[in-house]
Write a protein of this length. Structure first.
Length: 231
């Protein structure tokens, strides 16, 4: 979409969906712009901000919501609530796909329906809300649209690594293997990428600020896939 009037109308519709009037409309436009539009500011930088804001809001919310749950229980719930799949579900529910501004070539191959792109746009929108209006509108958006998700993890749950190992043991498979495949960022604030593998199945990967968080994310992703497969 390259028509300015059309983009203005799209942004107005999107602000209605978000129930928030942006002071700087260019922030919302950036949050909705796919990298396929060369020469345009796209959502990637805002996605970076939104990911951190989402993590902060969810962490604080979990701390208050589950006062008697230990760090491990909070961590496993956090993984479930901030993962890309959850962000994509929110974006799909709000029909974000129809508002993404992208090149025809990307649109033609169904990019606006891809979960990874929907998740990126969702995080970018959170980042745009935060930069435009501070924490309050971003927090309002998250707490409204993640309300059902946080209810879904209300019941005390064992951590993902334990549940994955029980899945493997029930099928008489060897112990799940975890391996750090990448460490990035400064020494004082590293980000770990961990591979989780159950013998006979394709691995999954997780990222986190600690090896434990990365392992939990990888285990959760792998278990989700295994439980929904025919295997």
């Amino acid at each position: 979409m390259d028509n300015e009037a059309g983009i203005d109308n799209l942004l107005k519709e999107m602000m209605g969906v978000l129930d928030y009037e942006f002071n700087d409309h260019s922030l919302l436009k950036m949050a909705l712009t796919h990298p396929s539009l060369e020469g345009q500011r796209n959502y990637q930088r805002l996605e970076f901000v939104g990911d951190r804001v989402l993590g902060l809001v969810i962490s604080s919310w979990l701390y208050e919501y589950y006062p008697h749950v230990d760090e491990g229980g909070l961590s496993s719930r956090h993984v479930a609530l901030v993962r890309g799949e959850t962000c994509a579900d929110v974006a799909k529910r709000l029909s974000f796909g129809q508002y993404i501004i992208m090149a025809d070539s990307a649109d033609d191959i169904g990019a606006r329906k891809r979960k990874a792109i929907l998740a990126d746009v969702c995080e970018a929108v959170i980042g745009a809300l935060y930069i435009d209006g501070g924490l309050a509108p971003a927090k309002k958006f998250i707490q409204h649209h993640w309300a059902q998700a946080i209810e879904d993890v209300r019941e005390a749950q064992r951590d993902a690594k334990t549940r994955l190992q029980e899945w493997a043991q029930a099928r008489k498979l060897p112990i799940t293997r975890y391996k750090v495949v990448e460490r990035t960022g400064p020494a004082h604030a590293p980000t770990f990428t961990v591979c989780a593998e159950v013998e006979g199945y394709d691995p999954e990967y997780g990222e986190g600020k600690s090896k434990r968080d990365a392992e939990q994310m990888a285990a959760d992703r792998l278990l989700s896939r295994l439980e929904t497969s025919k295997a």
